[in-house]
Design a protein around this ligand. Sequence first.
Ligand code: CDV
Length: 317
Amino acid sequence: MPRTLTVAAAQSGPVSRSETRGDVVERLLSQMREASRLGCDLVVFTEVALTAFFPHWYMEDRDEIDAWFEREMPGPETRKLFDEAVRLGIGFHLGYAELTREEGRDRRYNTSILVGRDGRIIGKYRKIHLPGNAEFQPGDRYQNLEKYYFDRGNLGFRTWRAFGGVVGLCTCYDRRWPETYRVLALRGAELILLGYNTPDSWPDRPGKAPLARFHNLLCMQAGAYQNGAWVVGVAKAGVEAGVSQIGQSCIISPEGEIVAMATSLEDELVVAECDLDQTARYRKHALNFDQNRSIRDYRPITERAGAVSPGESLDTP
Ligand code: CDV
């Protein structure tokens, strides 16, 4: 039986600091309805989709900080997304800031979830690679404080059987590391979903980072190609709280080809049919992982017994 999923990458335009959860959820609902009208099985929202990307500024007051986090999912405002997904029979991916209690203390994660057509949470991922600083940078109007606001994700890179295939999640900065895709693909991921908030210019540094757009596509296309997986990358785009963020939300085939990409920096749906069997064909034939992949030769040097003496090759097994 063919395993073709129609997927919508739901790019988000900027969210202002004053926009409420309710306002944002209405935007997401209208994207979800449009995705359903276009025959999509799954709609993928971005990283920290429910608010402005608050790690770009500094706060000290605990209550002020915690107001950006969700204490429950679904919660009072987000319940509508789950109900509408059930009504439409569509799945979704949502990124949000999660506040939870673990071992008697508050923990804060940059989280994403995969929700089935029945409105149940299939899987949860907490961002592992947190970029930026753990402390306020004096003098900078633009901050990048993910290490200050979030704990490192503690769920690992996991995959789930869902939507007729195997789905893996990661988030934003994770996409720049080859091991993210590699671990997900070794765990069977055929479809990798991720949201991102990626700046290309900052209030204190005029001009655009020249390679930001190039690197965004480079890492996602390479991750897809080298692991034979579909990759759906979804941006929060446009100028938000003074920070200009790239768009380029796109859907990338297991051959590394961009099959659909956003053309704006606004709310925009990017839709493609993803043939999940293409991953198997590609892994079996073009790269033939079973025959050609040579994991035993990839043992990190640190795992080898004994010190390396001068003149000895680091390649010696
Ligand atoms: N939200 C992110 O993780 N952003 C990073 C930036 C800060 C480099 C990214 O990889 O896009």
